[in-house]
Design a protein around this ligand. Sequence first.
Ligand SMILES: [Zn+2]
Length: 393
Amino acid sequence: MEENKLLIILVVNTNLYYAFNTLGTDVPDPCGQFAWLRSKLQLAQDEKLKVIITAHAPPGYFEREALVPFFNDSYNNAYVDLLNDFGGVILVQIYGHEHTDSFKLFSGPKGEIESVALLAPSVTPWHASVFGGTAINPSVRLYHYTRSEVLDYFQYHLNLSQVISSSDSTLNTTADSSLEAGNETEIPKWELFYQARETYGLSSLSTINMASLYKQLESNNTLFQKYYLFNSAGYNNGVCDSSCKKNHICAIAYLKIDDVVHCMHFKSPRSHTLSYEHLSKFGKELAGNFHKSNASQLIITLVVVSMALTVVLAVVLAVMLIMVVIKRSRMTTTSHMNITNITTDLDLSCFLKAWRGREGRRGEQLPSEVGITATGEPHQGILNAWEDDAWHI
Ligand SMILES: [Zn+2]
């Protein structure tokens, strides 16, 4: 039975491929992670095991504005191609980074759907004013899965609008009343916002079912508008019109630049090696064609966003461990996992040296909880990138 098999969880540091990160643009495989990922997926395939892939940033484009890719173009394509080679073993892919609630379908050159990536909204109620950004309600997602499929997820959120109006009315009465015991009606409550399987009418969140959901979102506008409200974790952005919807439809189903451009009917600004410079140019062209925002503002925003994300990068580097997990039984909120093996055979010094370069700049300490000592030599390309201040903080 499937239940007796191992489930492999691969934690990938996709920040190495991040579009604003130029450290690896001259390195085909930063830190050897592509080779490592391929070897693990091949192992899973040989052993007939399923794999969950999880990482911070996903490949592809932001669904609220299919304008800026998350990865450097060459890495984006390599990553997508690699995972498509092993679609049969991938149970699901789990990402964050966008702060919004969406998903992505990985498909091959003939349109064959290989796997699905689920994107959970964030706890941080970040309100971006560009790139179709939106405020979101703070969110936490609980996945319900077995070793053979993702059954469901429970999306919780904290409705900030209610919290704010509640605190306003509290301030109008007694300043300290919210602190008084027994005044429970004024305590903000996290609540179940929606349950995916029930809401979308799916038997599970398998790849094929999520592909089916995608088709429904295309044709059923009522369902799409519901998804759109979920996309911002319940923050009301009104109705998503046809132009707005196109971004979502294209970004969910297409992950490569050529495909997204084709889907959006853009005049192709093709760039096979999308560096920071190319990215800016790309952003300008699209902004000029489809938005009234000026390019300089766009570039400034890109820089600000990249600076903010370096903080996230630091956290991801600190927890860059690769886990192989045996799960004894179906996971629920109350069941436990029997973790029998947490390991990595990657050269962590490559990642940690990069962190230390950062440490030197900012005077920060390597988090002691990592419990790893960097040994050996880091990848020269990464050192060069640090020296060149490519990750300017
Ligand atoms: Zn992020």
